[in-house]
Design a protein around this ligand. Structure first.
Ligand code: S6P
Ligand code: ZN
Length: 192
C-alpha cells in the first residue's frame, strides 16, 4: 500500500463523480468496432461524437492483496437499436474476479465464459450487485434513459485485456426490440 494513498474518497451516485483517481473517457469513435453496425456508427459520427462513458479509477497500491476500484458512468443511447456499451475486457490475470455495484439507472452486464464461450446476462442498476468470476469477459450496457453509474472493485493485479474482444467481439448482442432488451447472436457480416 502506498503510504501516500488517500484511503477515503467522496462519490456522488447520481452524477457518478468520484474525488481523486484517474479519469478515462470513451467517445463513440473509440467504440466503432464494439458495435455490431460500424456503418451506423460512421453515419452518426458525421453529426457528432458523443461521450459514451467515463471511468474514474482509484489505485491505492499495487502490492499483493491490494484492491483497485472504479466508478463508471455509462450514458443512455443506442446505435441502430444496440444500447450504448463499454468496450468490455478480460482481466490480464485471468483468474481475477470483480464485483460490480449498481448505483443509479438501469442496465445489464454481458458475461462470457472464456472456456465454454457461454453467455450470461445479469441486471445491473440501482440496488443490483453482480459478481464477475475470473476467466470471464464482461461488458456493461445502459438499457434505461438516465446515466447508469456503478462501482467495479477488482484485485490490483487484474489488468485489462481488450485485445481478444477487439478482434472478435462478444458472441451476443443486446438490442432493443419492441421497447425491451433482447439478447441475440451476433451476425457475422461477410467482408466485401
Ligand atoms: C475494470 C472494470 C470497470 C470497466 C468499465 C469500463 O476492471 O471492469 O471499471 O473498466 O466498466 O469498461 P471497459 O471495458 O472499457 O474497461
Ligand atoms: Zn473488469
Amino acid at each position: 500500500m502506498n503510504p501516500e494513498a488517500i484511503l477515503s474518497q467522496v462519490y456522488d451516485p447520481q452524477t457518478g463523480h468520484l474525488s481523486g483517481g484517474m479519469t478515462v473517457r470513451r467517445h463513440l469513435s473509440d467504440l466503432r468496432n464494439s458495435f455490431s453496425n460500424p456503418a451506423a456508427v460512421d453515419e452518426h459520427l458525421k453529426q457528432e461524437d458523443p461521450l459514451l462513458y467515463e471511468v474514474v479509477a482509484v489505485e491505492p497500491g499495487d502490492a499483493d492483496g491490494d484492491l483497485h476500484y472504479g466508478l463508471g458512468i455509462l450514458y443512455p443511447g443506442q446505435i441502430d437499436g444496440e444500447y450504448y456499451l463499454t468496450k468490455g475486457h478480460y482481466h490480464e490475470t485471468r483468474e481475477a474476479a470483480e464485483v460490480y455495484i449498481g448505483l443509479r439507472g438501469e442496465g445489464m452486464m454481458l458475461l462470457e465464459d472464456e472456456q465454454s464461450g457461454e453467455s450470461r446476462l445479469e441486471p445491473l442498476g440501482a440496488g443490483k450487485v453482480v459478481y464477475v468470476p475470473g476467466h470471464t469477459a464482461h461488458r456493461t450496457m445502459n438499457t434505461g434513459s438516465e446515466p447508469l453509474t456503478y462501482f467495479g472493485i477488482y484485485p490490483a493485479d487484474a489488468g485489462h485485456d481488450y485485445g481478444a474482444l477487439a478482434e472478435r467481439n462478444f458472441h451476443k448482442v443486446l438490442i432493443e426490440e419492441n421497447g425491451n432488451p433482447v439478447l441475440r447472436d451476433r451476425r457475422i457480416e461477410e467482408q466485401p
